[in-house]
Ligand binder design. Structure first.
Ligand code: 13P
Ligand code: SF4
Length: 343
């Protein structure tokens, strides 16, 4: 069978993710043991995004959101960074650590947001207003970062927009939903690029209303990449890392999580005794479902434990970037880390 995820170019819009056959637990244990041996041999650190499959999260040194991963990449003393996420995240690690070897399990793991904003198109828009101050969501290419004044993640976007120069016209790329949410929080008008996360815009208001009616005791936690009509129904709107913190500290016992389903693994591990339901909660036949794959990011799920082992064994694929892009993209990345660290 052709694996569609393998066959399509990075960033292309394709149809359904293919089903994964479950791997026997002994194989998972053997692969994980191999990965840990390779990790010691390479003096590597394994960084994994919250949306990675559970077995990758379980062998990683750090699992977190885009902000936490960028901070880890900036401060690691390892010789090799193995990045289990999507391509732009591995690029971010390389920008922050140009002298280190950055490996990624699948170089075709793209992102619909990154694909929506080609650097030449951004340059054309920037040329229409010399007073633009470009704020780029980290979900974009290194070339777009190189054209930007500051980078944000969903965890610090509000803080960074509040710190933006008052006399500049703000241009926010590429996620119009996150941008709209930040405008609502800060009151700062911004010109928004018309990009979106294909996975988060799938969540619909009626699905959330149905979940609310069926589980009135549950708190609804929504990622800001979601549509406004969905965000408006939330008890909390936050990045994946803050979602974990919120669910840990909130007294509720049950939560409906409106983001990519990979985060549920961490929540179940870190919040024992609480119940996590992954949106949309009900399938098309309106039956409760815990196995619906429509909340999976097909790009994040291109990484597997086998591909992780192989990239470490072969020291490939490696992430490389032109030195001039690294130099230019590093400036807004470091500005982000500096503003983010402010009290
Ligand atoms: P965070 O990691 O900032 O929560 O963003 C989620 C996401 O879509 C990453 O691609
Ligand atoms: Fe991109 Fe959306 Fe996947 Fe995140 S979840 S990597 S924003 S497509």
């Amino acid at each position: 069978m052709i694996d569609l995820a393998e066959a399509q170019p990075r960033g292309a819009d394709f149809t359904l993710p293919t089903a994964r056959a479950p791997r026997p637990p002994t194989e998972t244990a053997e692969l994980s043991a191999e990965i840990l041996v390779l990790k010691r041999r390479l003096n590597a650190v394994i960084l994994a995004h919250n949306y990675q499959v559970p077995e990758i999260q379980d062998v990683a040194d750090f699992v977190g959101d885009s902000l936490g991963l960028a901070q880890q990449a900036a401060s690691t003393s390892a010789d090799v960074i193995v990045f289990c996420g999507v391509h732009f995240m591995a690029e971010t690690a390389k920008i922050l650590n140009p002298s280190k070897l950055v490996l990624l399990p699948d170089r075709d793991a793209g992102c619909s947001l990154e694909a929506s904003c080609p650097a030449p198109e951004l340059e054309k828009l920037q040329a229409t207003n010399p007073n633009f101050y470009t704020i780029a969501y980290i979900n974009c290419s290194a070339a777009v970062k190189a054209l930007s004044d500051v980078i944000v993640t969903s965890g610090n976007a509000e803080k960074i927009v509040r710190a933006a120069p008052a006399d500049r016209d703000l241009l926010f790329v590429p996620d119009e939903n996150l941008g709209q949410w930040v405008m609502e929080q800060t009151g700062r008008p911004m010109t928004l690029w018309r990009g979106n996360c294909y996975a988060h815009v799938e969540f619909q208001r009626d699905q959330i209303l149905r979940a609310r009616a069926a589980y009135p005791d549950a708190k609804i936690v929504v990622h800001p990449e979601s549509l406004r009509e969905v965000r408006q129904l939330a008890d909390a709107v936050c990045s994946t890392e803050r979602m974990v913190t919120f669910c840990k500290s909130d007294p509720a016992r049950r939560f409906v999580i409106v983001t990519e389903s990979g985060i549920i693994h961490r929540m179940r591990k870190e919040c024992p005794g609480k119940e996590f339901l992954c949106a949309p909660v009900f399938d098309v036949l309106r039956m409760p479902t815990d196995t619906c794959r429509c909340s999976e990011c097909r790009y994040m799920k291109m990484n597997t434990l086998e591909k992780l082992r192989d990239c470490m064994a072969r020291r490939a694929p490696q992430l490389d970037l032109p030195p001039e892009i690294i130099t230019q993209a590093r400036v807004p990345m470091e500005r982000m880390l500096e503003i983010s660290a402010r009290a």
